[in-house]
Design a protein around this ligand. Structure first.
Ligand SMILES: [Zn+2]
Ligand SMILES: [Zn+2]
Length: 347
């Protein structure tokens, strides 16, 4: 399986997203697309010119509707006459987010946050900012191919099973290839930071944390040596350890912050955000480690990386980076994940 891993810039504190390009016959299947802003499109242009062997993108799969994932779906599918594949709810959620931009929508949004104790200075900023979604998502393709939990998508002759999850987004799709023992995890399982779990204005009485935890449990069925390809942070092995850390430590720690706060939902939101920030700072530090140190920290089954130096969106336009996953287990090596040295990193 040839696999390209472009590292695209994001204009947020979380400053990158991993996208995946899977060799697929005479072209590529792209998984996720980056935000619809010039630096990300410049990265794509470089990939088209240099890293995709001159082959077209035949299909775009989007894990969920957040702007960093679906932002360029329209642009890519139009450019390559490719199809968009995603779950129905994510497509509808994107459509809704694109259309929610009048004053009444904004009023409802601000009222929601105010009800949960968000300070007036912050709601004023929200109001001034409006709905940022349309500026980060360049429209949606008019039609799409719906995928659903349990269905399989065949890529380069291999079957990838769709596993959906809730809590982070309404019908987030992960892709699991049993042959390769690889999970494209989107934002559902991240190696360091905690997935954002929020109560949204249009679903004010939903319990997204329950959904998220229930969804995490579904991934316990996957083999312990599964290679996780997350949308943010580095690929890793140790799925079960990560899941138990999230369930037993990180999320309870975030929730414990709730007790000291006057407002339940606002407290949860703040506590999780604080927890994320701490994790995020840790991640920023850790990504400066050498690949050797990284392997040692992550244990003997950790994949090794070469040329892993993510660009920053500050300063000149970042360039894409092709990262190679070098499997440490013979079984993964034998099924053809990229081999060290076959694909030089672009830095
Ligand atoms: Zn997301
Ligand atoms: Zn994301």
């Amino acid at each position: 399986m040839a696999l390209e891993h472009p590292w695209m810039p994001l204009p947020f504190q979380l400053d990158h997203i991993n996208l995946w390009a899977l060799a697929d016959g005479d072209g590529w299947t792209a998984v996720d697309t980056g935000v619809a802003l010039p630096p990300t499109r410049a990265c794509w242009e470089q990939l088209f010119a240099s890293a995709l062997d001159g082959k077209p993108i035949r299909r775009v799969i989007v894990t969920h509707f957040h702007p960093d994932h679906i932002g360029n779906a329209s642009w890519l599918t139009e450019r390559w006459q490719a199809d968009l594949w995603c779950t129905q709810t994510e497509w509808l959620a994107a459509e809704y987010a694109l259309r929610s931009r009048d004053d009444a929508d904004l009023d409802r949004r601000v009222a929601h946050y105010r009800r949960h104790g968000i300070a007036e200075e912050h709601t004023a900023k929200m109001r001034a900012r409006g709905n940022p979604y349309p500026s980060l998502v360049g429209g949606l393709p008019f039609h799409f191919m719906p995928i659903a939990d349990g269905e399989t998508v065949t890529i380069e002759g291999r079957r990838w099973r769709v596993i959906t999850a809730r809590g982070h987004s309404p019908e987030h799709a992960c892709l699991w290839c049993e042959d390769l023992r690889v999970l494209i995890a989107g934002d559902q399982v991240l190696p360091k930071i905690t997935t954002n779990v929020s109560v949204w204005p249009e679903r004010p009485r939903e319990n997204p944390l329950r959904y998220y935890l229930d969804s995490l449990a579904r991934f316990l069925r996957l083999p312990a040596d599964t290679l996780i390809l997350p949308s943010h942070g580095l690929p890793f092995r140790g799925l079960h350890h990560r899941l138990s850390t999230l369930v037993q430590h990180t999320l309870p720690q975030a929730l414990s912050g709730r007790a000291s706060r006057p407002n339940r939902v606002g407290g949860i939101a703040s506590a999780i955000r604080e927890s994320d920030d701490a994790e995020h700072r840790g991640y920023r530090w850790k990504r400066r480690l050498t690949d050797k140190a990284l392997s040692q920290r992550a244990g003997p089954h950790a994949p090794r990386f070469r040329g892993l130096k993510p660009p920053t969106h500050r300063g000149p336009t970042p360039r894409p980076l092709v990262v190679q996953v070098i499997p440490s287990s013979a079984s993964l090596a034998s099924v053809g994940l990229p081999v060290c040295g076959s694909q030089p990193a672009i830095s």
